[in-house]
Design a protein around this ligand. Structure first.
Ligand code: AAL
Length: 360
């Protein structure tokens, strides 16, 4: 005998190819280190027998001091005063940190304060990194844009775009004399910042998915937008249907069967779901999941149309933000992290578990 709720639950997970659960383990080489921030890993690509990943990396003199106390050398937030670094791995488990890929620009450049939260696309023998850029400490109302760099080899050297390729929407108004700054006119969902870019190639175009934060919207109301271009370096045009999700934080998308799969986490009424859009724009919930990896990057694979819907979500890296209440993994301490005495973000490995969810 089973209640209606349990029978619905069991049927849903066992028969649904879109259902996933995840395990995590340490990623030696990218793990916890006092004074070092490692977070927001890109997707992972496999080139000439090596796995490559890019991520936000900072060596900070102290833990973040917050918006009002940040200086030229004191970070406001963990991702402030950061550069994009890369690491390689032979087995996808242990990593060797190789050094910077894209660094902050000189004074007065569009990326002078921080470059962070990268994703990678390999296309036609070239490599593209998309990432966030900002000019000043991440004060509550500091704009953030998306820029791109390209290279002929994953080890670089990287050439940066002369300007950001996606900017916040110009709507909304802020009274910067108030503290904290007050929105006087609410803007669109991406009027303050564009974040977390992820770049796919589909239908002969470059599809750049991003997270928006809007003037007058709370940080936990984030939604995703899309901008497309004929050339990877742009110009990118935002979709008239933006925002294309009503939920989601860090962007994780993959190609599947001519459409796009999405891992929606942390924010909004549809958080903790896996979604699919046959046209890459109109997403539908395919499954609900528990404890997805945060800020995940997955192994990029070439997918044939008949692959499993979650082949693009087999394993990858994610981060543990030890200062954050969102780190449910850390709260349950499956990695045995009780020795950590200061909250420095670090990277872990996740893997999709093929077993269906256990039933009580
Ligand atoms: C992340 C992302 C973006 C934000 C910050 C760093 O997880 O959403 O990158 O700016 O947090």
């Amino acid at each position: 005998m089973q209640s209606a709720a349990m029978s619905r639950f069991q049927r849903r997970d066992q028969e649904n190819p879109w259902f996933a659960k995840f395990r995590c383990q340490l990623a030696p080489g990218l793990g916890y280190e006092r004074g070092i921030v490692r977070r927001d890993p890109s997707c992972i690509i496999h080139v000439d027998g090596l796995y490559y990943v890019w991520y936000t990396r900072a060596a900070h003199p102290c833990l973040p001091v917050g918006h009002e106390r940040a200086t030229d050398s004191l970070p406001a937030m963990p991702w402030d005063l950061s550069d994009v670094w890369y690491a390689t791995s032979a087995d996808g488990i242990s990593w060797v940190e190789q050094g910077p890929a894209v660094e902050r620009g000189p004074a007065d450049s569009y990326d002078e304060r921080s470059v962070f939260t990268p994703d990678v696309l390999a296309h036609d023998g070239r490599y593209y990194l998309v990432y966030q850029v900002t000019r000043s400490p991440t004060y509550r109302c500091t704009p953030e844009s998306i820029a791109i760099a390209w290279a002929d080899h994953p080890a670089g050297p990287w050439t940066k775009s002369p300007a950001p390729v996606v900017e916040p929407d110009p709507s909304g108004e802020v009274d910067i004399r108030a503290y904290p700054e007050q929105a006087t006119v609410k803007g669109s969902f991406d009027s303050l910042r564009v974040h977390d870019p992820a770049l796919l190639f589909r239908q002969n175009q470059f599809w750049l998915y991003f997270k928006g934060e809007g003037i007058g919207h709370s940080n936990m109301e984030s939604k995703w937008g899309l901008a497309t271009a004929d050339h990877p370096l742009g110009p990118y045009a935002k979709s008239p249907l933006n925002p294309i999700t009503n939920s989601g934080h860090e962007v994780m998308v993959w190609n599947y069967a001519g459409g796009v799969g999405a891992l929606i986490t942390r924010c909004g009424p549809e958080k903790n779901s896996i979604q699919f859009a046959a046209d890459g724009i109109n997403f539908e919930v395919k499954s609900t999941i528990i404890e997805p990896p945060q800020a995940a990057g997955a192994l990029r694979v070439d997918l044939a149309d008949d692959e499993h819907p979650l082949s693009g979500l087999s394993w990858g890296l994610s981060h543990v933000t030890t200062y954050s209440a969102h780190a449910t993994w850390q709260a349950r301490d499956p990695l045995g992290l009780q020795d950590i005495d200061e909250p420095w973000d670090f990277i872990v490995r996740w893997q999709r578990d093929d077993q269906p969810r256990g039933f009580v």
